[in-house]
Design a protein around this ligand. Structure first.
Ligand code: ATP
Ligand code: MG
Length: 157
């Protein structure tokens, strides 16, 4: 079984990693950890013309942040006892929703595992825009992991 694990460093994405690490998978399964890194488009945002060096710095920072997100997930996956499980990773340039759906098809994933929310600040919805788009557009199964928040629904008397 080929499992594509999409991570963005958020708490829900960490819960998705945890889920993959805890579950028994069929023999010869493979897990591929991906994060999509989008270099912010800054044209017109700054009151000055950014130098090439400035662009390079931003790009390097984005790349390093993506690598840190991948490394944290790989660290957790190392605890899996099934040493036959093949684990790989990749940082993909581009918008997350397209990157995840396209990589799933390209790699031939049987299952995408991801968190319900991510780093986005607006926390009212149950699904973020990336998880929502992937659920709608992926051609394979998608598992959305939600952190248990036991206190959230407490009704006060
Ligand atoms: P929004 O981005 O719409 O503000 P959000 O950040 O709360 O909302 P999503 O971005 O949809 O929620 O995140 C849901 C899940 O999608 C994350 O837990 C993670 O598993 C995955 N995900 C989000 N962004 C990326 C990314 N750049 N690369 C890989 N996976 C991602
Ligand atoms: Mg997000």
């Amino acid at each position: 079984m080929k499992i594509l694990l999409a991570v963005d460093g958020s708490a829900d994405s960490a819960a998705a990693v945890e889920e993959v690490a805890q579950r028994p998978w069929p023999p010869q399964s493979e897990v591929k950890v991906i994060t999509a890194a989008e270099t912010p488009l800054m044209v017109g945002m700054e009151p000055w013309v950014p130098s090439q060096e400035y662009f390079d710095q931003v790009e390097r920072a984005v790349r390093e942040a993506a690598q840190a997100v991948i490394d944290a997930a790989l660290e957790k996956l190392k605890t899996i006892e099934d040493k036959t499980l093949k684990i790989s990773s990749e940082t993909i340039q581009g918008s997350p929703r397209e990157a995840i759906v396209e990589e799933a098809e390209h790699w031939g994933a049987d299952l995408i595992v991801m968190g319900s929310r991510g780093l986005g600040a607006w926390n009212r919805l149950l699904l973020g825009s990336v998880s929502s788009a992937v659920v709608h557009h992926a051609k394979c199964s998608v598992e959305i992991v939600r952190r248990s928040q036991p206190n959230e629904r407490k009704v006060s008397s």
